[in-house]
Design a protein around this ligand. Structure first.
Ligand code: CMC
Length: 429
């Protein structure tokens, strides 16, 4: 807290509100007493000016293009560490020592298998079900299989549920994929690292040996790290809001997955790749750019713009390099989709419309291309995002549950509907 105050004047009456200072980022006016003392609410659709909580996990400076987990910049974590190290950091607040890391990696590895009966759930879905629909259902159903970790007041159970979800999410995602293509599920291989194990569960078949290409597993690991957390985005806020009622962690993460599915959030990489395919050839780019600028056309350039980053998304920069590494390992030099992507990027970085509105390529722009090159169909893209973001959702959920000042989330509204009126019986209307 500082000595600074914000004064609000309503009808000639003044009220002071404390201004809080974070360790980084803009100061915050604490209006938690506003309704009580002034009988007014604030209106902020989309929460563009609202901090919903205090957090120590992830910091973003959207104007400088900074993203840091627990103070460590994303560039260092993605280039020098691995995903499970990032998971440890997000959950416990510090990077692990060598022995802590070995123990954590082994604990996650020991929990990768699913209760065998859960396999039956998959066969209840249509083969052509979107894998995100399966994820929402199956992750929500975890609470029916792991009752012994649903008591949120027990710290140990909270941690067991957290480990279970980080460990089992790749298995669920891979099973959803295998089911959709009519192949048998591949059980996890606990001698592999997290990303390699996931790639193997997705792409191996029981009748052949499968060796994971280290360039691909490194790319997968990096994609997981880059997506691990992103402070109070829509799905994380959904998880916190669901959890604020005391719902069990599996149900909360299922709610987060449902929110992530939307094209304005996690569905954007799928939408970005679909858009690149729709453009098809570079000569059609001007037509799509014109549509993106046309106010009467709802079309937007998918993979461009961000609610928070008003400069280059730092994750996009890292992934751009990874995209090239994967394409090189596959021997793809003149990929038409990549060529369209590069030209679009160049245009958006120089065109007045995009420059004026700070519409830079975001992470989804590159992740779609990389995931396609790794062999994933587009409808799996958001699923992979969900696998990666699970640790962020859990860390944020735990932080909320462990906050002594935590309350149920309950926003209010500016009511614009009908005034009170009398009921008229149906035969008299
Ligand atoms: N293409 C064309 N115009 C755009 C785009 C776009 N992708 N994004 C924003 N604009 C325009 C918008 O029309 C508006 O113009 P004007 O000021 O003339 O009315 C201006 O830019 C500001 O747009 P906004 O909708 O107020 O911005 P926002 O911060 O609310 O929206 C966004 C952020 C991500 C929803 C939006 O940029 C968008 O729809 N992008 C495409 C979808 C996408 O790539 N989403 C992934 C986001 S990153 C994933 C994650 O971190 O979860």
């Amino acid at each position: 807290m500082t000595d600074k105050k914000a004064t609000l004047t309503i009808d000639g009456k003044n009220w002071d509100f404390p201004i809080l200072t974070g360790s980084m980022g803009p100061d915050v006016i604490d209006i938690s007493t506003l309704y009580k003392i002034t009988n007014h609410f604030t209106l902020d659709p989309g929460f563009t000016s609202t901090a919903s909580c205090e957090s120590e996990i992830t910091f973003i400076d959207g104007y400088e293009g900074v993203l840091a987990y627990r103070g460590y910049q994303i560039e260092q974590l993605a280039n020098e560490g691995d995903f499970l190290e990032t998971c440890y950091l997000l959950l416990y607040g510090e990077l692990p020592t060598l022995s802590q890391k070995a123990k954590f990696d082994s604990q996650i590895t020991q929990h990768t298998m699913l209760h065998e009966q859960m396999g039956k759930l998959f066969s209840g879905f249509r083969r052509d079900a979107h894998p995100m629909a399966i994820m929402v259902g199956v992750v929500g159903a975890l609470s029916a299989f792991y009752h012994d970790s649903t008591d949120i007041s027990d710290e140990r159970q909270r941690m067991i549920a957290s480990m279970r979800m980080i460990a089992k999410m790749p298995t669920i995602a891979a099973m959803a994929y295998k089911y959709s293509i009519g192949q048998p599920p591949i059980y996890p291989a606990n001698d592999l690292d997290y990303a390699s194990n996931f790639l193997r569960m997705c792409f191996a078949v029981p009748c052949e040996d499968y060796r994971v290409n280290p360039v691909f597993s490194r790319a997968m690991d990096r994609i997981f790290t880059l997506h691990a957390d992103h402070e109070q985005n829509a799905s994380t806020s959904t998880v916190r809001l669901a959890g604020s009622s005391g719902a069990n962690p599996f149900a909360c993460i299922a709610a987060g997955i449902a929110c992530l599915w939307g094209p304005a959030h996690g569905g954007a990489n799928e939408a970005a790749l679909n858009m690149l395919n729709e453009i098809g050839t570079p000569d059609r780019i001007p037509e799509f750019i014109a549509r993106a600028k046309d106010k009467d056309d709802p079309f937007r350039l998918m993979g461009f713009g961000h609610r928070v980053y008003k400069s280059y998304d730092p994750r996009a920069k890292i992934l751009q390099k990874t995209t090239h590494e994967v394409l090189e390992a596959l021997g793809i030099k003149d990929d038409p989709i990549l060529e369209i992507a590069m030209q679009l990027e160049k245009i958006a970085l120089t065109d007045k419309y995009f420059v004026k509105r700070n519409l830079y390529p975001n992470i989804d722009f590159y992740s779609g291309i990389t995931l396609k090159a790794l062999g994933f169909p587009t409808d799996m893209f958001t699923v992979l995002f969900a696998v990666a973001r699970t640790v962020g959702w859990i860390a944020q959920w735990k932080e909320m549950i462990e906050d002594p000042n935590q309350k149920i989330g309950r926003p209010r509204q500016l009511f614009q509907g009908s005034n009170i009126r009398n009921y008229v019986p149906v035969d008299k209307r």
